[in-house]
Design a protein around this ligand. Structure first.
Ligand SMILES: Nc1ncnc2c1ncn2[C@@H]1O[C@H](COP(=O)(O)OP(=O)(O)O)[C@@H](O)[C@H]1O
Ligand SMILES: [Mg+2]
Length: 515
């Protein structure tokens, strides 16, 4: 009867921390004690593990078993430690050699019959465990996901019995199927084909299409204001069709978040396209920002990391939801504090808002016939988003009802998503090359100080912007946003530096007065 050690990983947010599981078997009255601040789910693990070991044909040691999970201060949640605890107990009981556990990490839940069950968050857990272990043992259903991390040997097993045989020197459980990751970078032909959406479907809204292109090029936030049926939802839904794919590191980050949220379908592989999240306006703050009891789950703002968060009918969202979005918009992450824990989820998304100009939603037609809202009611309605969010939106478009003539014209000449996506990809490459020595990749990410110090527009280009500031039309935050958008316009035009034309167009886009 001895002491044995196995390793697992605890997730706090999307950050994995290596956990050491020690099992000690001493003579004394038969009892099992778990120490190391485990939550309720972990205490339930005791009974699950006992059943799993017995049902795998092994004997449960009739002695005093103490299991410690350290570091003790780390909050350990969920059922992913089951397998590590089981093998540590078996090794302490000398049912498997303790030396066989070295260099391995165990990450699976156990069923009462000894089956290995998949757990959420395997990808970030393996990323964290890769520093300490060469081999990772997971449930067969998680093997594909674990294998996305390069340089780690993955053992996907279906039962505890299989793992025990392997630890005793027997055959390995069947190897995890090879995954072919998607292209690391490039336009999005697959998604366009699957969803059959194309920006060319949006007729007569040249300005909204241009705004979508600018926002895709620089990662700028976009708002679409206009009467119902003008095509706001259409434009937003087609934004992903012109975005480039995710870079390799971004793909791992995005897939990790979706994995922690338990939203990664088996066999999905890496998410290589920017995610598109469109929560309904009745969504709660926890659904958008993240939270939940027990295991802290990422919300839509984090699921949209490196992609788009689309709030359709934005003024209808709860005020506290809209207010809560300010934190991720400023810092690019969501911090959720709980007693004794703080989880940080990345949330650097492009915000797209759509809104009708009034609550009755009848403001269609050139004369706004049918709308009976008073000017005060309209102002109040839009004020619900204007305070917290609209100041942070870089490009504001006012859509007009589509005319028949524009529709007929665009049906022939509107550019397809494939053509626009090429320009966007080229613009992103220009920006990335310019920002190569910096931590940023897109114009929207460059902070104001760096913008003024290292990336100032051409001399003389800022005359109108200075004037707009003097007149009090543009705030200091607005100035930075305008210069960022001007850079994106220059990148799209293939220019080295924004000139007066681009800065002036960016002022119009920020003020939302280009039409
Ligand atoms: N600009 C447009 N070009 C082509 N079809 C349009 C356009 N605007 C609206 N439609 C049609 O009307 C429907 C509703 O459009 P939608 O984008 O939901 O409007 P909104 O969100 O502005 O209320 C679309 O599915 C489409 O069939
Ligand atoms: Mg709509």
């Amino acid at each position: 009867m001895t002491l044995a050690r196995a390793y697992s990983v605890a997730l706090v947010g999307v950050q994995g921390h290596l956990v050491e599981v020690e099992a000690d078997i001493a003579s004394g009255l038969p009892a099992t004690i778990l120490v190391g601040l485990p939550d309720t789910a972990l205490r339930e693990a005791r009974d699950r593990i006992r059943a799993a070991i017995v049902n795998s044909g092994e004997t449960w040691p009739a002695a005093k078993i103490t299991v410690g999970l350290s570091p003790a201060a780390l909050p350990k949640r969920g059922s992913g430690f089951d397998l590590a605890i089981a093998v540590a107990i078996l090794a302490a009981a000398e049912a498997v050699p303790a030396s066989a556990l070295a260099g391995k990490m165990f990450l699976a839940e156990l069923g009462l019959d000894g089956r290995l069950r998949p757990v959420p968050g395997v990808l970030p857990a393996v990323v964290a465990g890769a520093c300490g272990a060469e081999t990772v043992v997971v449930a067969a259903q998680n093997a594909e996901e674990a294998a996305l991390v390069p340089g780690v040997k993955v053992i996907g097993a279906s039962s505890l019995a299989e793992v025990i045989i392997w630890l005793r020197g027997g055959p390995e459980p069947p190897p995890a199927p090879a995954v072919v990751p998607g292209p690391p970078y490039g336009p999005a032909p697959a998604r366009t084909a699957v969803r059959k959406l194309d920006l060319a479907d949006v007729l007569g809204q040249a300005e909204a299409r241009l705004a979508a292109e600018i926002c895709a090029a620089g990662g700028h936030h976009l708002s679409l204001l206009g009467p119902p049926g003008a095509g706001k939802t259409m434009v937003a839904e087609r934004l992903p069709t012109i975005l480039p794919g995710l870079a390799a590191s971004a793909a791992i980050e995005v897939t990790s978040i979706h994995s922690v949220a338990g939203r990664l379908p088996p066999g999905m592989g890496l998410i290589t396209m920017p995610p598109f999240c469109a929560p309904h306006h009745t969504a709660t703050k926890a659904a958008i920002i993240g939270g939940g009891t027990g295991v802290i789950c990422p919300g839509q703002a984090s699921l949209a990391h490196h992609g788009i968060l689309f709030l359709d009918e934005a003024p209808e969202f709860h005020r506290d939801v809209l207010d809560a979005l300010r934190q991720p918009l400023e810092s690019g992450e969501v911090v959720i504090a709980r007693a004794g824990t703080q989880a940080v989820f990345p949330a650097r998304f492009t915000l797209v808002l759509a809104a009708n100009p009034c609550p009755c939603a009848k403001a269609a037609g050139p004369g706004r016939s049918g709308c009976s809202c008073s000017p005060a009611a309209r102002r109040r309605y839009l004020a619900r988003i204007s305070g917290p969010l609209l100041d942070r939106v870089d490009v504001k478009v006012r859509l007009q009802p589509v005319s028949r003539r524009d529709m007929l014209y665009d049906r022939k000449f509107a550019e397809s998503s494939a053509v626009i996506a090429q320009r966007v990809a080229a613009a992103r490459e220009r920006a990335a090359a310019r920002l190569a020595e910096t931590p940023w990749r897109m114009n929207a990410e460059v902070p104001g100080t760096a913008l003024r110090r290292s990336f100032a527009p051409a001399a003389g280009a800022l005359t109108c912007l200075d004037r707009a500031m003097e007149l009090g039309q543009v705030s200091a935050r607005g100035t930075d946003k305008i210069i960022r958008v001007a850079w994106s316009l220059a990148d799209l035009a293939g220019q080295d530096r924004p000139g007066a034309d681009q800065v002036n167009l960016a002022i119009g886009l920020w003020l939302g007065v280009t039409q």
